[in-house]
Design a protein. Structure first.
Length: 240
């Protein structure tokens, strides 16, 4: 039995999984543990440093996309699920992902949809607040996603706000854009304190800006769950 510590980096996990495959380590012989998980396990961590053999490991592109999304879910069993799928795909079940009724495939698709939906919500619910530092204007946002979706959505904000310096903070990690390079860092457990005046400006802006969803409170509540409003500066105004 091997215990593998997984950092929150998809490429690292992919390399670990490929080495396990090359060493013919079956899924039931692996215990995956997320880095930082303080759960006590009797087995010491394994390095999984077996060299990858010359046979190139080929998997369908659909699995690459699926595994990337599922990797960013918060489910603690996602690594075991992904490695089990990978093992089966490379051991005689090449068309596994086309079998929608398969238990592993169905579970992975559910996790993927949850991640994609969470990323979609983050793209819409993040609110930047302008502050100042020694370099000038900086836009700061704090958000609480359900899953580890910051790496999935950060590029969207670069495309939308590429001419501004900004930081997006979440309890798990953070993203920072300096107009040239996107960097990722540690998270912030609580929403940073901002001035009441700044929050008031956000509320005034949203009150004076026409928003079709505000004409339909039922639709608004459907798309913006109450638990998100507490972290949106305009939440009080929009919920009226």
């Amino acid at each position: 039995m091997q215990r593998i510590i997984v950092e929150r980096d998809y490429d690292t996990w992919r390399d670990q999984a490929r080495r396990l495959l090359a060493a013919a380590v079956a899924p039931e012989q692996v215990i995956w543990q997320e880095a930082g998980d303080e759960q006590l396990l009797l087995l010491p961590p394994s390095a999984a440093q077996s060299s990858i053999n010359n046979r190139q490991i080929r998997v369908p592109k659909e699995f690459q996309d699926l595994s990337f999304d599922v990797f960013h879910h918060r489910d603690q069993q996602r690594f075991s699920l992904l490695y089990r799928l990978l093992w089966r795909l490379t051991h005689g079940e090449r068309n596994l992902l086309q079998i929608e009724v398969d238990d592993d495939v169905r579970q992975a698709v559910i996790l993927q949809r949850q991640v994609n939906w969470d990323a979609h919500r983050m793209s819409g619910f993040v609110r930047f607040e302008k502050i100042g530092d020694e370099e000038g204007e900086l836009y700061l946002a704090w958000y609480r996603p359900d899953h580890y979706v910051v790496p999935l959505v950060a590029g969207n904000f670069v495309r939308r706000f590429g001419n501004q310096r900004w930081s997006i903070l979440t309890p798990d990690d953070s993203a920072h854009w300096d107009r040239q390079k996107l960097r990722f860092g540690p998270g912030v457990r609580q929403r940073p304190t901002t001035s009441d005046e700044l929050v008031s400006l956000w509320q005034t802006y949203y009150i004076s800006t026409y928003n079709p969803q505000r004409d339909n409170p039922k639709l608004f509540r459907q798309h913006v769950p109450t638990r998100f409003l507490r972290d949106m500066p305009e939440g009080g105004a929009l919920a009226k």
